[in-house]
Design a protein around this ligand. Structure first.
Ligand SMILES: *Cc1c(COP(=O)(O)O)cnc(C)c1O
Length: 355
């Protein structure tokens, strides 16, 4: 078999494709899975050559450390197909590097970048037909690593699995989102794992988010764990605010995830001549800006939704509505990013990656 990857990846093909069972016109987000997955094992002190196998369940010991100590990290990315059937990724090397940054924090051994990139490339060549092409949909890609090694001893595992699974997906959110500014619970803390894409960060978010949902909100806006006066992230997305014509976002830190969408939004906005400020944003500033009419937009940014406009935010039993405006930054920036991702526009930044 001739490939243009360095790694010789053994492929075991699925006996029968499931693709006909999937309704590509009614895709949920991350509910249906493609025919194959990439699997790469770490044992005896090294990562073995990845292989591609049919998508299937995994067998683990009850004492596998993932179950007890939560050693797991993941990434989220998307593949698109352009009008000429080219398979495209968006800044995949950034996901690869971030996976290793996350791993390091959780004492998971670093994965060779070539295994990530070659494995992903080979898998996508095989799963090409699974990439949906309708507006807002994509093949959502989930690379993840977890501790498969066993033992109840509270220490890092000696075996890990790196897997990439793919899910043809429709748009992530529908409609505008109501968020609640959270003052009791924290997503992350100084010196913690907030900057890592660690599974446990999400587990810790579910309960406070459920409480917000019970009150009629869709998501929470996390504030700093120390004072709860400054906003940090919108659910599992980075957060942006537009006050007058300035686009604001908070600096990344060990509490805030360094989102690829966030940094792309910043670069595109600057290229568009939008004034961008990266600084702390207090809840007080948001409320004052809302009251005096200078708060024009609030939105989340992340791979799944790209840009998720916020319709209102709640704070201490009061709701503050965002105005409905024409020519929003949210829609402009979303269009610019998705046009680059799907090859509908030039890519002056060199972000697009041809598989
Ligand atoms: C994944 C994630 C984001 C968004 O990152 P992208 O690289 O833009 O997808 C933001 N915040 C948190 C907490 C995340 O887990």
């Amino acid at each position: 078999m001739k490939t243009d990857t360095v790694t010789q990846i053994h492929i075991t093909k699925a006996a029968k494709s499931k693709i006909k069972d999937v309704d590509f016109n009614n895709l949920n987000f991350g509910q249906e899975f493609s025919d194959h997955m990439l699997v790469c094992d770490y044992k005896d002190g090294q990562w073995e050559t990845p292989k591609i196998v049919p998508y299937q369940p995994i067998t683990l010991e009850p004492s596998a450390k993932i179950f007890h100590y939560g050693q797991s990290v993941f990434e989220g990315m998307k593949a698109y197909k352009d009008a000429n059937d080219n398979v495209l990724l968006f800044r995949p090397m950034d996901n690869c590097k971030r996976l290793n940054i996350s791993s390091k924090r959780l004492a998971i051994p670093e994965l060779p970048e070539v295994y990530f990139m070659d494995g992903l490339t080979e898998l996508l060549k095989l799963e090409k037909d699974w990439i949906p092409t309708s507006e807002g949909s994509a093949l959502y890609i989930r690379p993840f690593i977890f501790a498969s090694g066993q033992g109840f001893h509270a220490s890092p595992a000696n075996a890990y699995k790196f897997i990439i699974a793919c899910a043809p997906s429709g748009p992530y959110f529908s409609g505008k989102v109501k968020v609640l500014i959270e003052e009791t619970y924290s997503r992350s803390a100084n010196g913690g794992v907030g900057f890592a894409k660690a599974g446990g960060n999400y587990a810790g978010q579910f309960y406070p988010t459920q409480l917000a949902k019970d009150k009629g909100y869709h998501q929470v806006i996390w504030t700093d764990d120390n004072t709860h006066e400054y906003i940090e992230e919108a659910g599992a997305m980075n957060v942006f605010a537009r006050i007058n014509d300035t686009l604001l976002t908070v600096p990344v830190s060990d509490r805030i995830l360094d989102g690829i969408t966030r940094k792309s939004v910043i670069e595109i906005a600057e290229t568009e001549g939008i004034d961008v400020e990266i600084r702390k944003i207090s809840v007080k500033e948001l409320i004052e800006a809302s009251q005096n009419g200078s708060l024009k937009e609030l939105f989340g940014a992340g791979t799944a939704a790209v840009i998720s406009p916020i319709a209102s935010f709640g704070y201490r039993d009061q709701d503050y509505d965002l105005p409905v405006i024409e020519n929003s930054y949210a829609s402009l920036l979303k269009k610019r990013i998705t046009d680059i991702q799907t090859n509908k526009a030039e890519d002056p930044f060199g972000w697009r990656f041809n598989v």
